[in-house]
Design a protein around this ligand. Structure first.
Ligand SMILES: NC(=O)NCCC(=O)O
Length: 377
């Protein structure tokens, strides 16, 4: 399984395919071609100084007579952990805060309105270990922990909505841990939080050792720039999880993740893209980069490689190329949210979906005495 040396699917296709083939392959794998965004030169200079990749794309919608375009710029951040995982906890968190601050400053230069970081962004990925200390020490209050306070400052300074996925410790309710995304308004106020609904039970992703299945349902946050939701990592394998955010009105669903090549790289380009198509919304898939630190994994063999490749997908099946598999990066996408309704009016999945029938059948199917409807000869 490729590690950092294999840079990206896009680079490989461009290197090896003759132009006419490349165009057809891209049409199928990426949908309608997107325009590159004209991002400021200073932003590229700063990204190069800070050693992270910067890419930008624009999704366009048709002009309408009665509605103005509803333009929003989203930013997706993927990164490695800057310090070894055996550095003191507070130093690791501070180093991550510094790294993210530098990336957010570039996002601000690019006019980003809503930014989302990767799953559990303030810590090394340690949920594979089952060991508690020091990993549970990275858990913080969603309401007034140091990371939420840090993000509130970023949000206010840059007039930017910040989606901050953290390991949450809920001290008011028995010190329970959750995998949570805090949503901070561009005013700096906390809009609310949402919790990871589905916990992996696959390979070494032993995450149920650490936190509980989310109990907050499928909240959607009305921001100044549009209605957003956060479907954290493993939730992307569950079509009904995406559906519920969409039913609650989400126009953009972020999917902050931590996943590795052998397990999911062939699923990655499909799942968030399919969710955007099926739900007439934009989806933003974010994955961290790098290996699980040796200090975390303690010689237990090859855990796998976090392959980055963050991307944005649109309801009309178009999508951006992925960020690199190996570098920190910021992906900026300009969305016209009018596209959601325009595609809805063409394909009508919300109209043709038989939700009442599914609800009735699902209500039966979850009963312990349910017997599946199988018609036999
Ligand atoms: N963090 C997490 O839920 N990872 C599980 C692996 C996957 O969903 O690809």
């Amino acid at each position: 399984m490729a590690g950092a040396e294999w840079k990206s699917l896009e680079e490989c296709l461009e290197k090896h395919l003759p132009l006419p083939d490349l165009q057809e392959v891209k049409r199928v794998l990426y949908g309608k071609e997107l325009r590159s965004l004209d991002l400021p030169r200073e932003a590229f200079e700063a990204a190069s100084r800070e050693d992270f990749e910067l890419q930008g794309y624009a999704f366009e919608a048709a002009e309408e007579q009665l509605r103005r375009p509803r333009i929003v710029h989203v930013g997706l951040v993927q990164n490695r952990i800057p310090l070894p995982a055996n550095a003191p906890v507070a130093e690791q968190v501070s180093a991550l805060h510094r790294r993210i601050k530098a990336i957010v400053e570039v996002a601000a230069m690019c006019g980003v309105n809503i930014i989302c970081f990767q799953e559990a962004w303030t810590m090394p990925f340690a949920f594979c270990t089952r060991e508690k200390l020091p990993w549970t020490e990275f858990a913080e209050s969603a309401e007034d922990g140091p990371t939420t306070r840090f993000c509130q400052k970023l949000a206010k300074n840059h007039d930017m909505v910040v989606v901050s996925p953290i390991l949450e410790r809920d001290s008011e309710h028995g010190d329970v841990l959750w995998n949570t995304a805090v949503v901070i308004s561009n005013s700096g106020a906390i809009l609310g939080k949402t919790r990871k609904n589905h916990i992996p039970r696959v390979g070494d992703f032993n995450e149920s050792t650490y936190y509980m299945e989310g109990n907050l349902g499928h909240p959607v946050f009305q921001t100044q720039f549009g209605r957003i939701a956060v479907n954290i990592c493993y939730g992307r394998h569950h079509p009904l999880n995406w559906l519920m955010y969409s039913i609650n009105g989400a126009e953009i669903i972020f999917n902050p993740s931590a996943t590795i090549g052998a397990l999911s790289e062939s699923l990655w380009p499909i799942e968030a893209r399919n969710a955007a198509i099926a739900n007439h919304c934009f989806t933003c898939a974010i994955n961290r980069v790098g290996t699980v630190s040796p200090e975390v994994w303690l010689g237990r063999g090859d855990f796998g490689y976090f392959y980055g490749s963050s991307y944005v997908a649109a309801p009309d099946s178009s999508r951006t190329p992925g960020l690199s598999r190996s570098r920190d990066g910021l992906l900026v996408a300009k969305l016209d949210l009018n596209l959601c309704q325009q595609v809805n009016d063409v394909w009508n999945f919300k109209m043709t979906g038989r939700y009442e029938m599914y609800a009735r059948e699902l209500a039966e199917a979850v009963k312990s005495n349910y017997s599946p409807t199988i018609v036999k000869e």
